[in-house]
Ligand binder design. Structure first.
Ligand SMILES: [Fe+2]
Length: 300
């Protein structure tokens, strides 16, 4: 099947310290702070990554919370068709009045994935007439590949796979098998858009968001900023086995990890599912004294 969902369109998370997140987003990641998409005086932080009016929103709330994983659908017809198909498959869908205006999209409905992660299916995102200007000179790889990728802790791997692969139609690019299975899935050429793993004793949560930049030096400069500003480094620079991403991981002020990478592979229609028993070719090690990242960190 051709999935109605095309990409990760946006992400809405919560944080206790919004000024700290703003500083992290601007000074470390190089994202552009902007106004709310509906122009109201919202108390959330809205961030631009590209020509879209926003891609990441941080609302006041508990650290680590996720309000909405925005999965973009190509057209109004595709959104209507997905809405019907999900309802018929027994997925509870919810229409939220005013949400489309708040998100700056033409239509949206919400649903929960099998672990309760809140998904917002939408079409018709707003683009800004003003160009995106990164305060750190970064250019992010988005377009048809979307905002980036996310890795989710889930409570049931098979049910989650049923939802993202069988119901939504995402391709399984590969599996990481080093303990509990981790599946890497996507509806577009980005190697993975949503990856998920069920770790014993770990509650469902957003583990990390990956943002991809268009040159290797942009990763190095960001890593310098992380080190210079004492931002907690979660994993050192490394190269992933599966998507070949050259990246490091750091911790945002709300605890969600951010992977900052370059050179992610694109997957075509002739790709076959493979598997790995290690996450990285080299690197991606916890720095001395750092807390070891759950699940997908260094494997030694
Ligand atoms: Fe990642």
């Amino acid at each position: 099947m051709t999935p109605e969902v095309t990409s990760l369109g946006y992400l809405v998370i919560t944080a206790e310290d919004l000024p700290a997140w703003r500083e992290f987003a601007e000074s470390i990641l190089g994202l552009q702070v902007t106004r709310s998409p509906d122009g109201t005086d919202d108390d959330a932080l809205y961030l631009r990554v590209d020509e879209r009016s926003w891609r990441i929103a941080v609302e006041p709330g508990s650290n680590g919370g996720v309000v909405g994983i925005g999965l973009e659908v190509s057209t109004r017809e595709a959104l209507d068709s997905l809405r019907k198909r999900l309802a018929n498959s027994g997925t509870q869908i919810t229409e939220v009045p005013e949400l489309a205006a708040r998100r700056g999209v033409l239509d949206v409905f919400t649903a929960l994935d099998p672990s309760g992660h809140p998904i917002e299916f939408f079409y018709g995102a707003k683009s800004d007439r003003e160009p995106f200007v990164s305060p750190r000179g970064a250019h992010f790889v988005t377009g048809t590949q979307g905002l980036g990728h996310i890795v989710l802790f889930v409570d049931d791997h098979e049910k989650t796979r049923e939802f993202y692969v069988n119901t939504l139609g995402f391709r399984v690019s590969d599996m990481l098998i080093m303990g509990p299975d981790c599946s890497f899935t996507s509806p577009n050429p980005r190697h993975h858009t949503v990856a998920f793993v069920a770790l014993p004793g770990v509650e469902p949560a957003l583990q990390h968001l990956m943002l991809e930049v268009d040159e290797i030096d942009a990763v190095g400069r960001a890593l310098d900023r992380v080190v210079d500003n004492d931002v907690p480094l979660s994993l050192t620079l490394g190269r992933h086995t599966n998507d070949h991403m050259l990246s490091f991981y750091c911790e945002s002020p709300s605890g969600v990890k951010v992977e900052y990478g370059y050179g992610g592979m694109l997957v075509g229609g002739d790709h076959t599912t493979g598997h790995f028993d290690a996450a990285s070719v080299w690197g991606h090690r916890p720095p001395p004294g750092a807390e070891v990242m759950d699940g997908l960190g260094a494997e030694d």
